[in-house]
Ligand binder design. Sequence first.
Ligand code: ZN
Ligand code: ZN
Length: 245
Amino acid sequence: MTREDFIKRFITVHKCVGCGEILDYELSDSAFCDACRMGCNSALNFGCSDCFKPMRECVCMPKRLQKSGAIVLRKLFYYKKLEAYLPEMKLIFIMKGKKYKRLAEFVAKHLVPIIKEEIDTLGISEEQLVITGVPRGQMSYRANGFDQAQLLSRCIAKSMGIEYRSLLRSRISAKVQKKLDVSSREKNAKLSIRLRKNASADEKYVILIDDVVTSGSSMAACVKCLKRVGARGVLCFALASENKV
Ligand SMILES: [Zn+2]
Ligand SMILES: [Zn+2]
């Protein structure tokens, strides 16, 4: 046994993200125990309220995002904020609150196949792609000390062998998006999302990653910015979506 294996096996303790149960060594590359994983798998197949397809096949998009010209929005789960006891919702909350690379890798593992599906359909090669994340609001960034969409984008970039590019930033005075009503969200997102200095998408397709999509305003604002710096097209992917607006 190598030193690394030893540390992995006896020193690092992995807990199930859904229920807190300590995971067996064999399960340590999963985020869930068996029971929570089953719950999560059934959530992956939960039907969309609009198209009735399983969520991970659903391509429904909030109107705002459609208007922005995004090519597609794919997601893994239906976002059920009020059902916080569900394992997939716990996964989202833990991802937002803690810089937890193993968890980001776990989510990336589930998102990569649907990203590949889309780029295959469109006939886009890896060299024509860059990946970036919807920037976390400054206040939330300060409170948590990291950007979860960026962490996830970097994991996906690594696993797919495509370039991660930091293209967007959030303005300091931005209001907290989730505390606003839908119409103020659109305005606030427009004001708060900015391009980074010298950002360029030079005629590439951009994969845009976020954790949760609710009104679609933040993603729509990002898509518009990315098109201004030469994105040929923007493909959106999220861990969960509300699919309502
Ligand atoms: Zn569990
Ligand atoms: Zn749908």
